[in-house]
Design a protein around this ligand. Structure first.
Ligand code: ATP
Ligand code: TZE
Ligand code: MG
Length: 255
C-alpha cells in the first residue's frame, strides 16, 4: 500500500486545465455530477445522442460512461462514443452501476471492457461482479465491503489493464500491482444519491492530468472523501449535506 499522497498540486492543475469531461451518465445524477465537476474547476458536458456523442467524445478531454439508467439505445450511443474516444486517444472511465444485478448492463459492461477503459470505479458489489466473483449486490447500493472486494479489484485491473477503484469506508485504487488506500469521508455520503457517480466523473477529469495516473485517481478519491467529511461535520442531514459538499469542493485546491 502507498502512503498518503500530496494532492494539492494535482487539484490546482485540474483548475488550471479545466478539462472538458464528456459525461454519459444516468438520469438520477446529471445535475449533481455537473455541479461537482464545476466546483472543482472542470468543465462538464452531457452529450448523449448517438448522432453526436461519438463526435463529441473525440473533442472532449475525457469520457465518462455510467450505466445507471442504461437502455438499448443509450448502450449503442455509448459504444460509439467509446470507440471514437479510443481512436482519438482520449481516456474513458467506466462506472458499472448495478452490474451483476441486471443482465443488460452486465453484458454491456463485459463487452466494453475490451475497449481499454483507463479507469473502472464502482462500489464493492459492482467491482466483484465485474471481476466475475459472485456477490450479494441487488441494486445500486453495495452489499459487500471494499476490503472484501480488493482481491477482485486487483484481478480486474490485471485483466482489463485499467486502474480499478473500489469505494466504501476506505477507497482502494489499484493497477493490479500497486494499491493506494484512501480512508476518510463519512457514511452520510451514502445517504444522498450520486456521490459515487460524481466521484467517477472527477476520476475521469483526473485521467487528463499529467503524471502518475494511479496517484491522480487516488487524489480524486481523497478530495471527495475530504469534502464529504467536512460537509458532514457542517450539515444537519442529507439535504444540507449536498450544499455543504459542493461548497467544500469549491474550496479544494484553492490557495
Ligand atoms: N462507510 C463510509 N464511510 C465513509 N465514506 C464512504 C462510506 N461509504 C461510501 N463512502 C464514500 O462515498 C462515496 C460513494 O461511494 P459508494 O461506494 O457509496 O458508491 P456508489 O454506491 O457507487 O454510490 P452512488 O451509486 O450513490 O453514486 C465515495 O466517495 C466513498 O469513499
Ligand atoms: C438510484 C439510481 N437508480 C439508477 S442509477 C441511480 C443512481 C445511483 O447510482
Ligand atoms: Mg454507483
Amino acid at each position: 500500500m502507498q502512503p498518503d499522497l500530496p494532492d494539492i498540486p494535482a487539484l490546482q492543475r485540474l483548475r488550471t486545465r479545466s478539462p472538458l469531461v464528456h459525461c454519459m451518465t444516468n438520469d438520477v445524477v446529471q445535475t449533481f455530477t455537473a455541479n461537482v465537476l464545476l466546483a472543482l474547476g472542470a468543465s462538464p458536458a452531457m452529450v448523449i445522442d448517438a448522432g453526436e456523442a461519438p463526435e463529441f467524445a473525440a473533442i472532449a478531454d475525457a469520457l465518462l460512461i455510467n450505466v445507471g439508467t442504461l437502455t438499448e439505445t443509450r448502450a449503442q450511443a455509448m459504444r460509439g462514443a467509446i470507440e471514437h474516444a479510443v481512436a482519438a486517444n482520449k481516456p474513458w472511465t467506466l462506472d458499472p452501476v448495478a452490474v451483476g444485478a441486471l443482465s443488460l448492463r452486465t453484458r454491456f459492461c463485459q463487452q466494453i471492457l475490451s475497449l481499454q477503459p483507463a479507469v473502472i470505479r464502482g462500489n464493492a458489489s459492482e467491482i466483484l461482479a465485474l471481476a466475475g466473483v459472485n456477490s450479494g449486490g441487488r441494486g445500486v447500493d453495495a452489499t459487500d465491503t471494499a476490503d472484501s472486494a480488493l482481491p477482485g479489484a486487483r484481478t480486474l485491473a490485471r485483466q482489463s489493464c485499467a486502474i480499478v477503484v473500489v469505494t466504501g469506508e476506505v477507497d482502494y485504487v489499484t493497477d493490479g500491482e500497486r494499491t493506494c488506500s484512501v480512508p476518510g469521508g463519512d457514511p452520510l455520503m451514502t445517504r444522498v444519491v450520486g456521490t459515487g457517480c460524481a466521484l467517477s466523473a472527477v476520476v475521469a477529469a483526473c485521467t487528463t492530468l499529467p503524471g502518475d495516473r494511479l496517484e491522480n485517481v487516488a487524489t480524486a478519491c481523497g478530495v471527495m472523501k475530504r469534502a464529504g467529511a467536512e460537509a458532514a461535520s457542517q450539515s444537519a442531514g442529507p439535504g444540507s449535506f449536498v450544499a455543504a459538499f459542493i461548497d467544500a469542493l469549491w474550496r479544494e485546491g484553492r490557495a
